[in-house]
Design a binder for this molecule. Structure first.
Ligand code: NAP
Length: 244
């Protein structure tokens, strides 16, 4: 049985990806900050009900040594890591003039350094396996910029550069690396936006609706499947036509 490790998967897009990859037959290694993230939350039970194995490997993925332990523990427990989904992410929005160093550094650490950490440690395991799929959550903010999100846009643009680099470094080892760039998806992360911000976003979307986490999970499923075996170094925008 193949295994998928999904960071930040207690809720939102990560949880939808876990459910979809479980339906595709993958055993699921969940990750989130701590066990509390999975309390009052039936995502692990829903995945197990599909007949696959599921375990939680908690830890802050912005920390280098924590990621090394998570990667080794998942590999030891399941025997392989076939798919890595770099999903954990945060926002700490503010216009540049008022953005604090803490706001900037925290977003870069969680959104960007976590991807370096996981690509490095899981990449080493995949190199030994001679196969693997690395799928990272970028954002339209990383492609086009977004006012009030200097920190977030920087982290997501970096993920695109990291994805293309690792695709070139690891392609000959049977490993693909791709990114998805969601637009406005309904999750706890976007629930925080004001009605004014949500309306401004909606006005720019060709399909005139927000996306659902399952619509991101469907594309991740494709990138994890044999159908995408010759796709690497790409960024797939999933935004209902936010920009064309
Ligand atoms: P979300 O609902 O806020 O979920 C993110 C998850 O990541 C949460 O469970 C969170 O845990 C976890 N997390 C945060 N920091 C972590 C850390 N240091 N270590 C481990 N886990 C951590 O967000 P989402 O909307 O599902 O977003 C998922 C990904 O898609 C993110 O990378 C986001 O940037 C990207 N994305 C989302 C949208 C959108 O419209 N929603 C658009 C573009 C890109 P806590 O609950 O403890 O905070």
């Amino acid at each position: 049985m193949a295994t998928a490790l999904i960071t930040g998967s207690a809720r939102g897009i990560g949880a939808a990806i876990a459910l979809r990859l479980a339906k595709d037959g993958f055993d699921i290694a969940f990750n989130d900050l701590n066990e509390g993230c999975f309390e009052n939350n039936d995502i692990v039970d829903r995945v197990r009900a599909l007949g696959v194995k599921a375990e939680i490997f908690c830890g802050d993925v912005s920390k280098h040594d924590v990621c090394e332990k998570i990667a080794n523990d998942v590999n030891e427990h399941f025997g392989s890591i076939d798919v890595l989904v770099n999903n954990a992410g945060i926002t700490r929005d503010g216009l540049l003039a008022r953005m604090t160093e803490e706001q900037y550094d925290s977003v870069i650490a969680v959104n960007q350094k976590s991807v370096f950490n996981m690509m490095k440690f899981v990449g080493n395991i995949m190199r030994r396996q001679k196969h693997g799929r690395i799928i990272s959550l970028a954002s339209v903010a990383g492609l086009y910029g977004n006012p009030g999100q200097m920190n977030y846009s920087a982290s997501k643009a970096a993920i695109i550069g990291m994805t293309k680099t690792i695709a070139k470094e690891l392609g000959s080892r049977g490993i693909t690396a791709n990114a998805v760039a969601p637009g406005f998806i309904r999750t706890p992360m976007t629930d925080k936006l004001t009605e004014e911000q949500k309306a401004a976003m909606l006005a720019q979307i060709a399909m005139k609706r927000y996306g659902e986490p399952e619509e991101i999970a469907g594309v991740v499923s494709f990138l994890a499947s044999d159908d995408s075996s010759y796709v690497t170094g790409q960024v797939i925008e999933i935004s209902g036509g936010l920009s064309m």
